[in-house]
Design a protein around this ligand. Structure first.
Ligand SMILES: Cc1cc2nc3c(=O)[nH]c(=O)nc-3n(C[C@H](O)[C@H](O)[C@H](O)COP(=O)(O)OP(=O)(O)OC[C@H]3O[C@@H](n4cnc5c(N)ncnc54)[C@H](O)[C@@H]3O)c2cc1C
Length: 502
């Protein structure tokens, strides 16, 4: 399709063409059940899909794209993740971790060529942050840059980058080294073009990732020279740019979650209404109904989060301070993805244990979503810490009282009021901080569910989902209130073999 026409196609037509192509590529050109067991996307499948220009949704209009409307970006991720979570993640990496930051922060002189290669040559891009010794602690990364004339010389080692060895472009993060060899605190972002000899990234090793087979991961050696105009230009500091970028990306996770969870829901309803056990369909059993209802609630929650994200996470807004909402959405939706995949696998019985089964493949494919872009335990801790800081500032330490007038929870708090009517001690153990973060993230996300209901979404789905969240919050409050301080006994081998006592 000529690029000049991309802008003029109504989104409904654009997405229905994309969905049709996915069906053809996954079920006619190739058989997805077979290729999920091999590494990499089959080239014909990828070529077919990329020919529909799905990444055009994340390219500005003035450069021939569809204009970075969050609704369209999430719509593409949703359609892709219904068929293939790895495909959705590959598109999500390109959109949120490369194209959006380039559109927002790159020097205008370099944008045209980059976007043209995405639109006409199906180029791809990813983001390099993590290093072997610095993952969660990314701010202490050791990859550094030194300015030589009009180039930056960047050296270091990065690993676990999605699209390793496959992307044409990378956003490279590093710290500036001063003349005394000391690394600065700020983080810089550089666009590197793998097709330039001086900017080629050497893949030292490919990893055997247990899931997400189509996406290559590995260890990358960085020793590149990047012209100065390819450095992203932050509005203030590189750290703020990084928070804006990461929060926007976390707010895209519901797009990858929604299609994936809807597929699990459809599969579980289909299987449980046709599988007969003891003369009755499985769905007649109460526990089975509870499992499916929880998946359905996850579907409603991720729908609500997509609608909410579409409202405010565009590049026109700076999201550096949107940590509570971004972390809440990312951590909760990825937990829901994993739980839903676990449930479908259980409901499928022994056949759920086949490698090509949607549920078990979903377990391994969705598991790292709870780890990358901020490990969930860390994100839940951060949510609590941010809220406790605000509560302290407002001298309002009763959780229910505080959340009733907090803008991200004021609409949903009524459902949870009595459950969270307790005082927060500002000196909590981290295990409690994580539980508290889980409680808050659910109430924050429930706020979006209430908003979706107000917009006219099916009321039975909305009320069932709020009831499910309430049950989860109640269990977490119980855990929060009754935790012990037990810690691992590392030197536990003495007097601990059962054989000696029988
Ligand atoms: C499939 C996959 C895709 C990825 N894609 C990319 C990518 O595209 N680009 C990129 O740069 N990186 C990527 N990563 C790397 C990912 O972001 C890191 O693995 C992640 O940040 C964790 O870092 P780490 O592995 O060094 O774990 P560590 O930092 O060693 O942490 C290990 C665990 O310790 C616990 N932990 C650590 N800190 C805290 C804390 N403060 N509070 C509570 N618990 C804590 C958590 O349970 C955490 O999972 C990817 C990883 C995977 C598995």
């Amino acid at each position: 399709m000529p690029n000049s026409e991309l802008n003029n196609i109504p989104f409904n037509d654009f997405i229905s063409n994309f969905k049709k192509t996915l069906k053809r590529a996954f079920y006619e050109t190739d058989k997805i059940e077979q290729f999920v067991q091999k590494r990499g996307f089959p080239s014909l499948v990828l070529r077919d899909i990329m020919a529909t220009n799905p990444l055009s949704v994340a390219i500005p209009k003035e450069y021939g794209g569809r204009g970075i409307k969050v609704k369209e970006c999430l719509g593409i991720l949703d359609a892709a993740s219904y068929e293939s979570l790895p495909l959705s993640l590959a598109l999500g990496i390109n959109n949120a971790l490369f194209l959006a930051p380039v559109a927002k922060y790159a020097n205008p002189a370099v944008k045209g060529d980059i976007f043209k290669r995405f639109l006409t040559k199906q180029n791809m891009g990813g983001l390099m942050i993590t290093e072997p010794d610095y993952g969660s602690d990314a701010l202490n990364m050791q990859t550094f840059s030194v300015k030589n004339g009009s180039n930056y010389h960047i050296k270091g080692t990065k690993h676990w980058q999605g699209l390793t060895g496959m992307a044409d472009y990378w956003l490279m993060t590093s710290r500036q080294k001063n003349t005394n060899g000391v690394l600065g605190r700020d983080i810089d972002f550089f666009i590197c073009d793998n097709q330039q000899v001086d900017q080629r990234i050497i893949v030292e090793e490919y990893y055997n990732n247990i899931g997400l087979y189509p996406i290559p991961y590995g260890k990358n050696k960085i020793d590149i020279k990047v012209p100065e105009q390819y450095k992203l230009e932050p509005e203030t500091t590189g750290l703020k740019l990084m928070m804006d970028l990461l929060h926007r990306s976390r707010l895209q996770f519901p797009g990858m979650g929604i299609g994936f969870i809807r597929r699990l829901l459809d599969e579980s309803i289909k299987h449980c209404s046709t599988r007969i056990v003891g003369g009755k369909p499985l769905i007649a059993l109460d526990k089975v109904q509870q499992r499916i209802s929880k998946i359905q609630s996850a579907f409603t929650i991720s729908s609500a989060l997509c609608a909410r994200s579409a409202k405010f996470s565009g590049i026109e807004n700076n999201l550096a301070l949107a940590g509570i909402e971004a972390n809440s959405m990312k951590a909760y939706v990825t937990d829901l993805m994993q739980e839903s995949a676990q449930s479908l696998t259980q409901l499928n019985g022994a056949n759920g244990y086949k490698i090509e089964n949607v549920g078990s493949r979903g377990i391994v494919d969705s598991r790292p979503f709870q780890i990358f872009e901020g490990s969930n335990d860390m994100l839940y801790s951060q949510i609590s810490e941010m809220i406790i800081k605000l509560m302290t500032k407002h001298k309002s330490m009763n959780l229910s009282v505080f959340l009733s007038s907090f803008n991200l929870t004021e609409k949903s708090l009524d459902y949870f009021k009595s459950l969270v009517n307790f005082t927060i001690d500002s000196n909590l153990a981290q295990r409690k901080i994580v539980d508290l973060g889980k409680i808050i993230s659910k109430i924050v996300c429930a706020n979006s569910v209430v908003e979706l209901g107000d917009m006219g979404f099916r009321s039975d789905l909305i009320s069932d989902s709020l009831e499910t969240i309430k049950h989860e919050v109640s269990m977490l409050v119980n855990s929060f209130k009754s935790q012990t301080n037990i810690s691992p006994i590392q030197d536990y081998k003495d007097k601990s073999s059962w054989l000696a006592f029988s």
